[in-house]
Ligand binder design. Structure first.
Ligand SMILES: O=C(O)[C@H](CS(=O)(=O)O)OP(=O)(O)O
Ligand code: MG
Length: 241
């Protein structure tokens, strides 16, 4: 039976051999929620890069939109920040049919560090079912790579790992590693009122201080895009199928 593991931070990735496995990269607040929203709303593909300079260069090279954030704020000189609302109808710029190069504090770094996996997909509460369906179809070991915060553990990404483990529990081993058990327990605590539970997280306090409450509410919507699955292909993320 394949297993589900939760890697709490990209700093711990050297302890997980991703070869032959499915990596589910998650940064609920906000990078992977934004990427899912982008592809669900007509963005053709996403180039996730760690550095701002590379993001700007890709924008020039491909004539694509650029999205960048540092310390919770939109970085200067880029088309968009890290808010999912940038990709929703009525956002600052039309995005349908455009590609986007994106660089954020934690999420894009986690993605770049996960490329040794057989398949790399992007997870969020918004597309939880799409991720679960993909994992079920692959029947390979899954590692949930939590973006965390600047190398440290974060609550919201781990709770997502627990939610995914619960959906896979019938056909995956979700009880033999302590990391997955811990994530499951946190999810079980959070599930009755995910919003209230995650209000305790440090990221929410950072977002609140930057007046991004509506981003928090949106990123916690379960299965808003149940069939949108960003998958890594060559040098970019595209929607599966
Ligand atoms: O923009 C975000 O929500 C965060 C910024 S930080 O964690 O508050 O510094 O970036 P992300 O890469 O999406 O975690
Ligand atoms: Mg984050």
């Amino acid at each position: 039976m394949p297993s589900v593991d939760i890697c709490f931070s990209p700093e711990l990735l050297p302890l997980y051999d991703l070869r032959g496995k499915v990596a589910v990269v998650v940064d609920i607040l906000r990078a992977t929620s934004s990427i899912v929203t982008a592809l669900a709303n007509g963005v053709t593909h996403v180039f996730p890069v760690a550095e701002l300079a590379e993001c700007a260069a890709l924008g020039q090279q491909h004539g694509c939109l650029t999205a960048a954030e540092r310390d919770g704020r939109a970085a200067e000189g880029f088309d968009l920040g890290n808010s999912p609302f940038g990709y929703l109808p009525g956002g600052r710029l039309p995005v349908r049919g455009r590609a986007v190069a994106i660089s954020t504090t934690n999420g894009t770094l986690a993605l770049r560090r996960s490329l040794a996996a057989d398949a790399v997909v992007v997870g969020a509460f918004l597309n939880l079912q799409a991720v679960a369906d993909f994992a079920q179809a692959q029947q390979k070991d899954v590692v949930v790579v939590c973006a965390g915060w600047k190398g440290k553990f974060c609550l919201e990404d781990t709770v997502f790992g627990g939610a995914l483990a619960e959906r896979l529990a019938a056909t995956f081993d979700v009880t033999s590693s302590d990391d997955t058990l811990a994530a499951l327990h946190l999810w079980q605590q959070a599930r009755p009122d995910l919003h209230a539970y995650l209000l305790q997280s440090s990221h929410v306090r950072r977002l609140n201080s930057l007046e991004a409450n509506k981003d928090f509410d949106f990123c916690l919507r379960l299965d808003e895009y149940p069939t949108t699955l960003p998958v890594w292909q060559d040098d970019r993320l595209v929607a599966a199928g």
